[in-house]
Design a binder for this molecule. Structure first.
Ligand SMILES: NC(=O)c1ccc[n+]([C@@H]2O[C@H](COP(=O)([O-])OP(=O)(O)OC[C@H]3O[C@@H](n4cnc5c(N)ncnc54)[C@H](OP(=O)(O)O)[C@@H]3O)[C@@H](O)[C@H]2O)c1
Length: 395
């Protein structure tokens, strides 16, 4: 992208819970003197965010841009004015498409926090070619969904290459095991319940994206069989997690040569006791079923409100660890990615660092089109997040 833009970076959704944390992070970490902006539909709320940044000692205050998802012109001019647009306005399946389309058309890099497979799949089948032709990277899932998993698998691939002393050339199996303690915001709750209630649309979007991806990335990469088992090495029950994360990892594996010609990934929650695991499965299964019924879904949506989220003290007690086991040609490595509050503090950091890499790091993004975080930044993602305080270890 060679055009000069008014802003290096614009954060859309800065008045929301996660957008606010991302604004605070950028306020402390964006290079001094950067022209950047915060955007949203309510000018007074945006001014309040600016005042908070000023009180927090931010040296380079952002400009204010008023934009609304129901006003296509406002989204187009926001995309045209910025090198990178971050959006935290969700549920993305309801609010996300018009901005993604504008960024693809204007050749603007874009990153979001979605964990909604339908939205990501629609972006692939509808906007990949347009974004690529315009030189834009549209990067989904730049929060806890799915950066620790996407980046942790790349770390594991690098550890396997080192242990084998050569590039990966035969079958590779990686298993990622998540343990975490945290809670979620109103926006996450609304997005999850909305996504649960759209199984048909989800299936159609997946079929259409599969066709596009099979054409674009013919290399083999698959999910390991979904099974629940007790693993002695982890000392836990491993239960497959039906999140978007394994799908993101597999897309990175198909698009990047280093993962080898025959890559397999399994993604699990690591749970200490069998009753706790069975309780968790029953709870999520019940929520999924309840979300299929319109009036129950509407009731569920009222349980947590947009803008709500865990308090600072609660976030300070939250943590995550994702441990990976990688195997190839009889060699095994173990790696781990860990950090603080997964859903919000670390998510805001991961989103902001991804956007700053797209805005400022020479030679990035590595690919364009609708892509995963690791397709965009490869090893640079790990370097940036380590510098920002997240832990990446080979065990
Ligand atoms: N995957 C992950 O790891 C992860 C982690 C955290 C969050 N998320 C996702 O991030 C999203 C945001 O979550 P959150 O809890 O921060 O939500 P939130 O607090 O409800 O914030 C939503 C934001 O969207 C804005 N908005 C709503 N309608 C709009 C419109 N018509 N035009 C412009 N802006 C509009 C709101 O503006 P107002 O202030 O004006 O209402 C607010 O800034 C959700 O989809 C959530 O699932 C994902």
């Amino acid at each position: 992208m060679s055009v000069t833009r008014k802003y290096s970076l614009t954060l859309f959704g800065a008045t929301g819970f996660t957008g606010g944390l991302c604004a605070d992070y950028l306020g402390q970490h964006i290079p001094v003197g950067t022209q950047w902006a915060i955007a949203g539909r309510n000018e007074q709320k945006l001014q309040d965010v600016c005042d908070r940044l000023k009180d927090g000692g931010c040296q380079t205050l952002p400009s204010i841009v008023v934009a609304d998802v129901s006003d296509a012109d406002s989204l187009e001019s926001m995309a045209a004015d910025s090198k990178v647009v971050i959006t935290t306005v969700g549920p993305y399946v309801q609010y996300g498409e018009a901005l993604a389309r504008s960024c693809a058309a204007k050749g603007t890099h874009y990153c979001d926090l979605t964990g909604e497979p339908e939205f990501v799949n629609n972006m692939i089948s509808r906007y990949h070619d347009l974004a690529k032709s315009q030189g834009a990277a549209l990067v989904n899932c730049c929060g806890f969904d799915s950066i620790p998993h996407d980046a942790g698998v790349l770390l594991t691939v690098r550890a396997l290459e080192k242990a084998l002393g050569k590039p990966l050339s035969s079958r590779v199996d990686v298993e990622g095991v998540v343990t975490a303690n945290g809670t979620f915001s109103g926006g996450t709750w609304q997005s999850a319940i909305t996504a649960f209630g759209r199984p048909k649309q989800n299936k159609l979007a997946m079929q259409q994206a599969k066709k596009a991806l099979d054409n674009l990335f013919p290399k083999k990469a698959r999910a390991l069989p979904m099974r629940t088992f007790h693993d002695k090495e982890f000392g836990r029950w491993l239960c497959p997690m039906p999140t978007i994360d394994p799908y993101i990892v597999i897309r990175s594996a198909r698009a990047i040569d280093s993962y080898g010609p025959d890559f397999h990934y399994g993604h699990y929650a690591g749970i200490k006791s069998l009753p706790k695991m069975l309780g968790g499965i029953a709870g999520i299964g019940g929520l999924l079923l309840a979300s299929q019924v319109g009036f129950i879904r509407n009731k569920l949506l009222t349980f947590k409100q947009s803008g709500d989220g865990p308090a600072k003290e609660q976030r300070a007690r939250s943590w995550f660890k994702v441990t990976f086991r990688g195997r190839s040609e009889g060699t095994q490595v173990m790696t781990r990615v860990s950090g603080g509050d997964p859903g919000y503090d670390e998510t805001a950091k991961m989103l902001a660092e991804t956007a700053m890499a797209l805005a400022f790091d020479k030679g990035y993004p590595k690919q364009t089109g609708v892509i995963t975080p690791i397709m965009a930044l490869e090893d640079r993602m790990i370097e940036r997040l380590q510098t920002a305080g997240m832990t990446f270890e080979v065990l």
